[in-house]
Design a protein around this ligand. Structure first.
Ligand SMILES: [Zn+2]
Length: 69
């Protein structure tokens, strides 16, 4: 039993497109592109929040006289 000769399908239940032999990903190109866009949006959201936190921490650090860093 070789995994390479096994026909696999896109993990997206709405898509279920047959994947090429030797294809390394669980989702087809189209679904991966969609997923990448979603991930980018999530990263943007998280990144914006993280930046806000860093600014808050730095500001608090400057105000705190016990912080010698
Ligand atoms: Zn797909």
């Amino acid at each position: 039993m070789s995994e390479e000769s096994e026909i696999r399908y896109c993990k997206n239940k709405k898509c279920h497109k047959e994947l090429p032999i030797g294809y390394k990903h669980k989702y087809c190109e189209a679904c991966r592109n969609k997923h990448a866009e979603t991930a980018k949006n999530i990263i943007k959201g998280v990144g914006g929040t993280a930046l806000g936190l860093v600014v808050t921490v730095v500001t608090l650090g400057k105000i705190n006289p016990n912080n010698k860093a």
